[in-house]
Design a protein around this ligand. Structure first.
Ligand SMILES: NC(=O)c1ccc[n+]([C@@H]2O[C@H](COP(=O)([O-])OP(=O)(O)OC[C@H]3O[C@@H](n4cnc5c(N)ncnc54)[C@H](OP(=O)(O)O)[C@@H]3O)[C@@H](O)[C@H]2O)c1
Length: 326
C-alpha cells in the first residue's frame, strides 16, 4: 500500500518509521503548509513527492492518508480524504464532537472506505496480555490510570506563547491530549461508562493543564489522572478482589505485573519493551483494509465514538469549549 501524510512533526516521522519497519506500506507523498518544510520532510523520508495543497495531493493514486495535524483540523482533513475515496489513519483524538464523528462515519460508509483512529497503546501484544490477565483480578473494584507527562511546550506557554496543544483554538489540553489514552483504555476494557465527571485544573486561558476524570461503572470507578504540567512517577493499577494488575506506563506499555492477593506473590507478565509500538497499529490498519474487515472497523469506530462522546460531555460540563461551540 502507498500513502500520503498530513503533518510534519515527530509523530509523522514515527509513523513513517513504523510503516517501513512493518513492510506493509510505503510513503508516497507528504503535505506541509510550507514548501520549504514539505521539500525537506520529503527528502528526509526517502525522497517522497511533496505538496503544499492537500486537494492536489489527494488526487494521487494512494491507498490511504495519515493525518497528524492539530486536533481541530482532523475533521476537515479526514472528510476531504474520505470524499476522495481514501482510507484514513488519523491520530487521536479523531474529532472533538460526536456530531463530527457521525458525519465522518456516514461519509466513510458512503465512500466505502475505513477510518482508523491511532491509539498506539491498544494494538500492542502487551495490551493483549493485559486483557488476557484481567480476569485474574477477580471482581474489579477500581482502577487508577495515569498519564502525567510534563510537556516541553508548557515552558513556551509560561513565557506567553500559546502552543497548539495548550490552545482552545486547536482543541488542546491535558484531557484531549493525554487523558484520552486512559479513557480509551477504560472504555475498551470495561465498556460504556454509566456516568463520568471531570475535575480540571485550568490554566489562565481556560484550558486544562491537568485534571482528574472519574469514570463510573456498576460496582467500581476508574480514576484517571492526566497532566501536561507535571511529571508522574507512579504506575497505573487495576484492582480486583483477587489481585492487582500494575502497568508501568500506558503508551507504550512496557511492563505489566500481577500481584496475587492470596499468595502475596508478584509475577511480571511482560518484559519486552517495544521499540516502535506504532508498528502494531499499522499492521492492524493494513490488515483491516486488505481483508475488508468491516466488523473490525465498526468495533473500532464504536470505541472511537464513545471516547469522543464522553470527552465532549465532560469538557462542556466544565466550560471548555472549542471552535464552533459557544
Ligand atoms: N500517537 C501518539 O503517540 C501521538 C503523539 C503526538 C501527537 N499525536 C497526535 O498527533 C496530532 C499532531 O500533534 P502534534 O503535537 O504533532 O501537533 P503540532 O505539532 O501542533 O502540529 C502538527 C502539524 O500540523 C501542522 N500545523 C501546525 N500548526 C498548524 C496550524 N496552525 N494550522 C495548520 N497546520 C498546522 C504542522 O505541519 P506543517 O507546518 O508542515 O503544515 C505540524 O507539523 C495530534 O492530534 C496529537 O494528538 C499523537
Amino acid at each position: 500500500m502507498i500513502f500520503s501524510t498530513i503533518g510534519t512533526s515527530w509523530i509523522t516521522e514515527k509513523f513513517i518509521e513504523a510503516t517501513n519497519a512493518s513492510g506493509k506500506a510505503k510513503l508516497h507523498s507528504v503535505y506541509s503548509r510550507s514548501s520549504e518544510k514539505a521539500k525537506q520532510f520529503a527528502e528526509e523520508n526517502g525522497g517522497a513527492k511533496w505538496y503544499t495543497d492537500i486537494d492536489e495531493m489527494l488526487q494521487e493514486p494512494t491507498d490511504f492518508i495519515y493525518i497528524a495535524s492539530p486536533n481541530t483540523l482532523h475533521y476537515d482533513h479526514v472528510l476531504k480524504s474520505v470524499i476522495q475515496g481514501k482510507h484514513v489513519f488519523c491520530e487521536k483524538p479523531l474529532v472533538y464532537t460526536e456530531d463530527q464523528w457521525e458525519k465522518l462515519e456516514r461519509e466513510a460508509s458512503r465512500q466505502e472506505v475505513f477510518i482508523f483512529e491511532g491509539h498506539r497503546h491498544l494494538f500492542t501484544p502487551n495490551y493483549d496480555l493485559l486483557k488476557e490477565a484481567l480476569p485474574n483480578t477477580g471482581q474489579v473494584s477500581g482502577a487508577l490510570l495515569q498519564y502525567i507527562q510534563y510537556s516541553s511546550r508548557y515552558d513556551a506557554y509560561k513565557k506567553g506563547e500559546v502552543p497548539n496543544i495548550f490552545s482552545k483554538e486547536f482543541a488542546g489540553g491535558a484531557l484531549m491530549d493525554l487523558g484520552v489514552y486512559p479513557l480509551s483504555m477504560a472504555i475498551d476494557l470495561f465498556g460504556e461508562p454509566q456516568d463520568i465527571h471531570y475535575f480540571p485544573v485550568k490554566l489562565s486561558n481556560g484550558i486544562d493543564g491537568s485534571g482528574t476524570l472519574v469514570v463510573m461503572y456498576n460496582g467500581f470507578h476508574v480514576t484517571i489522572m492526566c497532566s501536561k504540567i507535571a511529571q508522574g512517577t507512579i504506575p497505573s493499577e487495576i484492582h480486583g478482589e483477587d489481585g492487582t494488575l500494575t502497568i508501568d506506563h500506558l503508551a507504550p506499555i512496557n511492563t505489566i505485573s500481577f500481584y496475587d492477593r492470596k499468595t502475596k506473590k508478584t509475577e511480571v507478565l511482560t518484559q519486552t519493551s517495544p521499540e516502535l509500538d506504532m508498528v502494531y497499529e499499522v499492521e492492524a490498519f493494513v490488515r483491516m483494509i486488505e481483508e475488508n474487515d468491516k466488523t473490525y472497523h465498526d468495533e473500532l469506530m464504536e470505541r472511537s465514538r464513545l471516547v469522543v462522546k464522553y470527552l465532549e460531555i465532560v469538557r462542556k460540563k466544565e466550560g471548555i469549549f472549542f471552535p464552533g461551540e459557544k
